[in-house]
Design a protein around this ligand. Structure first.
Ligand SMILES: Cc1ncc(COP(=O)(O)O)c(C=O)c1O
Length: 385
């Protein structure tokens, strides 16, 4: 039987994943610099309060609203501020599911979405699984990252339906500047495109430039439809609870929300327990984020201290987010370098190519890495790249 052409031709792991699985099966200890699951990074969660939030009477009630429970939406609107109301939101089981709904909403099979790259690699598949094509449009680095608005303009085709940006971006940490925002929304308005803005990392500013767009919600009246995505996985470091959301702004927002509600109604995938718990979980979120921010800052400082002894290496600025790009001499390919690090030193780091970074010379490190791993592995990593 033939399977859908939306799927990849095979499911073999890439060379790095295969090498990792082999080493793990041999019982080799791995120093993992790629961890992005906060529940595995040694944070102290307020466990009793999380359990209490998930034990309220509401967790037993089933009263589905395709947009999500008004109480949960009100708490999320209050978390964001900037004039957002419960009526501007639609809840999803994750940010990834939010993309699925938006791609269903916006495109017909064969249509395209433009994605400034480097970026989060899942977009390619999230788009393809909805029959769309994600077209990457390279951003460029000159002292900081810049969207190439000229290249985006050229890349717009009659099949283009939307632009997808991550603010701040993963893994570059690039916050859109206010000028980029104005240019991007004007471009989308000119071409009749929607703008999807993924702000899962917006609460994690590390070295933010003064002209950054802290959130797309600072614009109360964008000239194009804006769909902002976020969720508990980064806002509260609780990916296992599966709650994401889409906030709508701009022309046609009410009509788009009604259409999204129709789509969400076919699945009703957001669980009652997490919706009942959302207000209490969001009240706990600032404390969890403080811990995560402390970790990100401490690891960045440790990296800078380590880099001081390795002048041939450097890092790019981290405006925000959970990752840092390590610059290394591109004497061999980044994937070959990552494989070498893994096999020779038991250190796992991602090559830049995994995130569509152009050319060689970058490894991506997670700043969420537990401090003991970071301390133990850093010197070996810096001497090995
Ligand atoms: C930029 C970005 N968007 C979305 C997600 C997925 O979030 P969720 O767990 O809400 O699906 C991630 C996960 O790492 C991410 O990096």
């Amino acid at each position: 039987m033939r399977l859908s052409s939306r799927l990849p031709p095979g499911f073999e792991p890439n060379a790095l994943s295969a090498a990792l699985a082999k080493l793990r099966s041999e019982g080799r200890a791995i120093l993992d610099f790629t961890g992005s699951n906060p529940t595995r990074c040694g944070f102290t969660y307020p466990e009793a309060a999380i359990r209490a939030a998930l034990s309220q009477p509401g967790v037993l009630a089933y009263d589905p609203d395709p947009c999500g429970s008004p109480l949960a939406r009100a708490a999320i609107a209050a978390h964001h501020g900037h004039g957002l109301g419960a009526g501007d939101l639609l809840l999803t089981a994750s940010t990834s599911e939010g993309y699925g709904l938006l791609f269903k909403l916006l495109g017909d099979p064969g249509d395209e979405v433009l994605v400034p790259s480097p970026s989060y690699p899942l977009f390619e598949w999230l788009a393809r699984l909805e029959g769309l094509r994600a077209c990457s449009v390279p951003s460029y680095f000159h002292e900081r990252w810049h969207l190439d608005l000229g290249a985006l303009e050229v890349a717009v085709s009659p099949r283009t339906r939307a632009v997808v940006v991550v603010n701040p971006n993963n893994p570059t940490g690039h916050f859109l500047s206010q000028t980029e925002w104005a240019g991007l929304t004007a471009l989308c308005a000119r071409h009749g495109l929607a703008l999807l803005v993924d702000e899962v990392f917006a609460d994690y500013a590390l070295e933010p430039p003064p002209d950054r767009l802290a959130t797309a919600l600072l614009d109360p009246d964008p000239p194009c439809p804006v769909f902002l995505l976020s969720g508990l996985s980064k806002v509260a470091g609780l990916p296992q609870l599966k709650l994401g959301w889409i906030a709508l702004r701009g022309p046609g927002a009410a009509e788009h929300r009604a259409a999204l509600a129709f789509l969400a109604d076919q699945y009703l995938s957001v669980s009652a327990p997490v919706q009942a718990a959302a207000p209490a979980l969001l009240a706990l979120a600032p404390g969890i984020r403080e811990q995560i921010l402390g970790r990100l800052r401490a690891n960045l400082a440790a990296l800078d201290a380590g880099l001081a002894a390795h002048p041939r290496l450097s890092r790019l600025p981290v405006e925000g987010g959970w990752s840092v790009l390590l610059r290394r001499p591109a004497v061999d390919g980044d994937e070959a370098c990552a494989l070498r690090l893994l096999k020779q030193k038991g250190i796992l780091a991602h090559p830049g190519s995994f995130f569509d970074l152009h050319g060689d010379g970058h490894l991506v490190l997670s700043l969420l890495t537990p401090p003991t791993t970071f301390r133990e592995g850093l010197e070996a990593l810096l001497t090995g790249v």
